[in-house]
Structure formats: structure tokens, C-alpha cells
Design a protein around this ligand. Structure first.
Ligand SMILES: *Cc1c(COP(=O)(O)O)cnc(C)c1O
Length: 410
């Protein structure tokens, strides 16, 4: 018999979404007539927009002709036209095309990136956080050497992000030469770091030899003027930050699959090797490039008509979020001291139920409203007592869910 890689020994069970599914199924079995609505997962629900569909179609038709056919791309970093468009349209020239590495999605790159750093690098994460950062660190052996407790893994530095600190962490807990995972707009809290906050983060990383892995998967949801939509708006970020991003949420490519990662030319390892060299070596080994069809769709989304459609699509989810926020600010919630966080720059609302556990509230909302949510404790120890409400859903279902939430007895 072959032993498993020891890095998996202390990996906590993939607990959150399977457990949510289990409770939902048990409820549905006991109440076969209940019309269950999900405000739970971060998955898009609205159709692709016309200009993007046109881009996909044209490319597919081309593939069926001798002139339009193409196999593997010239390198795994993506079609030059798409890399150029991402740099000029989404980053307004703050990064250059040869710093853009097109991928099959942000999650995949979070996994690949950790392989560049291996098992000796200290890891710091926002708490609560997207679970992939921590699980990825455990799988490459950078964490999880010591068993997890109810406060998380002993060898990961959790940086609590709470209303009390405006969801921006105390960086002094981070060890020198750490990988710092930072997500803004944040999943699950919906908080967006201000320019001043990101400057603090960048200055800290530079002074302490850290690399920031900045996850901007929700940058298209930022509507408030003056909030940074990329870390490269901050001076010095190109010396200390990699940015991971995705077409999944803004253009509904969760199933089509397309993302990108920015690796700045100046970013180097301790021995002077450019991170780009290692990244290129790694991705050329394990990755043969994103689907050329998906890339054609992504390119169409960056043309003027595509950008206009994207804005409307994102607005749709933001309007859902505003409706849910209004319901959660109703009298029944107010009287119970419930706190609702969400500034209208993310598809999530982060809601604190003082004195109650996340799972207790999850069960109560499922049983009384027939609405599925996500318990905050699943995103990290600091998520306890919170619930995440997702605004991904069809409008009629969201309205119905809001009506039921208004009747919830707390
Ligand atoms: C949804 C999401 C992603 C997107 O991942 P893809 O693999 O591109 O679909 C990345 N980061 C966070 C925080 C997310 O919520």
C-alpha cells in the first residue's frame, strides 16, 4: 500500500459546503412541499450577455474552419490580444501585457501559486477568508504540520477582520517573509479596503519582506468612488504583490472558466530570481493555457459593448444585495440587535447575530424562512456569530426570500 502525502494528514475535513448540503437535504426530506431558496453559495445565476455569447460563437465557428483552427497556444500565459486588453482596459496601463498571465480561474491559480513558495514559508490570512488559501497552504505543507484547533491551524497566522477594526487587520501579528493572502472586496465580509489601508499593507509587506497574494475576484462590484480596484493603484505594490483575478463573477464565467494573475516584472525572490521566471516555468509545466474559446469570450467582454453589459450584469446582483440588506434591516432584526454589514460594493452581506452561533442561525433561517445561507464560522474562527447572505440569484426568488426574512421571529 502507498502512503498518502503527509501534508493531508492534518487537513480539516471539507466541512462547510457538504454540511450545508446535508442540512438542506434533511430539511427538504422532512418538508417535501417547502420551496427552498438559496442565498447560500457564491455561484452566478444570470445568463451570459449577448456580446460575450457572440464572441464565443464566432470563435467556435472559426475553430471548425482550416483558417480559424488553433491548437495549443504559443505559451500558457494566454492570447497576446487578451493579455494586452486586460492590461489596458482593466488596469489602465498600471501593469503591462507581459505581466498578465491568463488562467482557467482564480481558484486554480491560488493553488498553483503556493507551489512556488513550498513548505517553509509562513502564511497569514484574513479571518474570515475564502477557504482555498488555508487549504492550499496545508496541502503544500506550509501549514497543518500541527493539528488544527477550533481556532484554526496552529501554524497559520489568522488576522481577525471584524467590525471593530473596520475589517482591516492588525498587521503586527504577521511574521517577516510571510505570504499574506488578502481579498478585497472581501469574500465573505464584503468589505473593501481603502487606499490608506492598502498602502499600510503594501508598506508593511515591503518592510517585512512579505509577498501579498491579492485576490480581486470581486473588483468589478466596487461602485463607490475612490476605492482601489487593484492593489497596483498603490505605490510600491509591484515590488511586493501578486494579484489574482477572475472573469467568473463579473461576466458569469463560473462554468466557462477564465481568470488571470498579475506577476510584476520587478517582483523577486530572496536570491534575486524574478518570480515571473518561476511562475512561467511552473505554469508551462502544469498548465497548457486557458481554453481558447473562453479567452475569446473574455476578450469580447472587454470591448465597449461587453463592458456595458458587464456593468449591467453586476448591477443586477448589487440590486439583489440592496434588497436583501433592506430586509435584514427590518424591525424584527433591528429589535434583536442584528448588525448588517455591506457597503454596496460586493455581492455579499455579512450579518452578526450577537450571542448566537452561526450554525444556530443557519438552522433557524432554513427552518423558518426556507432560505439557505452560509454560516460565517465556516470561513474562519472570527466568522462565528455571523451569517453570509449571497446576492447571486434570480430576482423573483430574492424578493420572495426577503419577504420571508421580514417575518422571521428573532
Ligand atoms: C469566486 C471566487 C474566486 C473565483 O474563482 P474562479 O476559480 O476564478 O471561479 C476567487 N476568489 C474568491 C474570493 C472567490 O469568492
Amino acid at each position: 500500500m502507498i502512503k498518502k502525502n503527509p501534508t493531508f494528514t492534518n487537513l480539516a475535513a471539507g466541512y462547510l459546503f457538504p454540511e450545508i448540503g446535508k442540512r438542506r437535504r434533511a430539511f427538504a426530506a422532512a418538508h417535501p412541499d417547502a420551496d427552498i431558496i438559496s442565498l447560500g453559495i457564491g455561484n452566478t445565476t444570470e445568463p451570459l450577455t449577448p456580446h460575450v455569447v457572440e464572441g464565443l460563437k464566432k470563435y467556435v465557428e472559426g475553430l471548425g474552419t482550416p483558417a480559424g483552427y488553433s491548437g495549443y497556444g504559443d505559451d500558457s500565459a494566454g492570447e497576446p490580444t487578451l493579455r494586452e486588453k486586460i492590461a489596458s482596459v482593466l488596469y489602465k496601463g498600471l501593469v503591462s501585457a507581459d505581466e498578465v498571465f491568463v488562467s482557467d480561474g482564480a481558484k486554480c491559480d491560488v493553488g498553483r501559486i503556493q507551489q512556488m513558495f513550498g513548505s517553509d514559508v509562513p502564511v497569514a490570512v484574513q479571518d474570515p477568508a475564502y477557504p482555498v488559501y488555508v487549504d492550499g497552504a496545508v496541502m503544500v505543507g506550509a501549514a497543518g504540520k500541527m493539528p488544527a484547533t477550533d481556532k484554526g491551524y496552529q501554524d497559520i497566522v489568522y488576522m481577525p477582520c471584524l467590525p471593530e477594526n473596520n475589517f482591516f487587520p492588525d498587521l503586527s501579528v504577521v511574521k517577516p517573509n510571510s505570504l499574506i493572502f488578502f481579498c478585497s472586496p472581501n469574500n465573505p465580509t464584503g468589505a473593501v479596503a481603502t487606499r490608506e489601508e492598502l498602502k499600510k499593507l503594501v508598506d508593511f509587506a515591503k518592510a517585512q519582506g512579505c509577498i501579498i497574494i491579492f485576490d480581486g475576484a470581486y473588483s468589478a462590484f466596487i461602485r463607490q468612488d475612490g476605492l482601489p480596484t487593484t492593489i497596483y493603484e498603490i505605490e510600491g505594490a509591484k515590488d511586493c504583490a501578486i494579484e489574482i483575478n477572475s472573469f467568473s463573477k463579473p461576466i458569469g464565467f463560473t462554468g466557462v472558466r477564465l481568470g488571470w494573475t498579475i506577476v510584476p516584472k520587478n517582483l523577486c525572490f530572496e536570491d534575486g530570481t524574478p518570480v515571473q521566471n518561476i511562475w512561467t516555468r511552473l505554469t508551462n509545466t502544469f498548465f497548457n493555457g486557458a481554453s481558447n474559446i473562453a479567452q475569446a469570450g473574455g476578450l469580447a467582454s472587454l470591448e465597449p459593448q461587453g463592458l456595458e453589459e458587464t456593468r449591467k450584469l453586476v448591477d443586477y446582483y448589487l440590486e439583489n444585495a440592496a434588497l436583501i440588506k433592506k430586509a435584514l434591516e427590518g424591525e424584527n432584526f433591528k429589535k434583536a440587535g442584528v448588525e448588517v454589514y455591506g457597503q454596496g460594493n460586493a455581492p455579499y452581506l455579512w450579518v452578526r447575530f450577537p450571542g448566537r452561533s452561526s450554525w444556530e442561525m443557519f438552522d433557524k433561517i432554513l427552518e423558518e424562512c426556507h432560505v439557505v445561507t452560509t454560516p460565517g464560522s465556516g470561513f474562519g474562527p472570527a466568522g462565528e456569530t455571523f451569517i453570509r447572505f449571497s446576492s447571486f440569484g434570480h430576482r423573483d426568488a430574492v424578493i420572495k426570500a426577503c419577504q420571508r426574512l421580514s417575518q422571521l421571529k428573532l
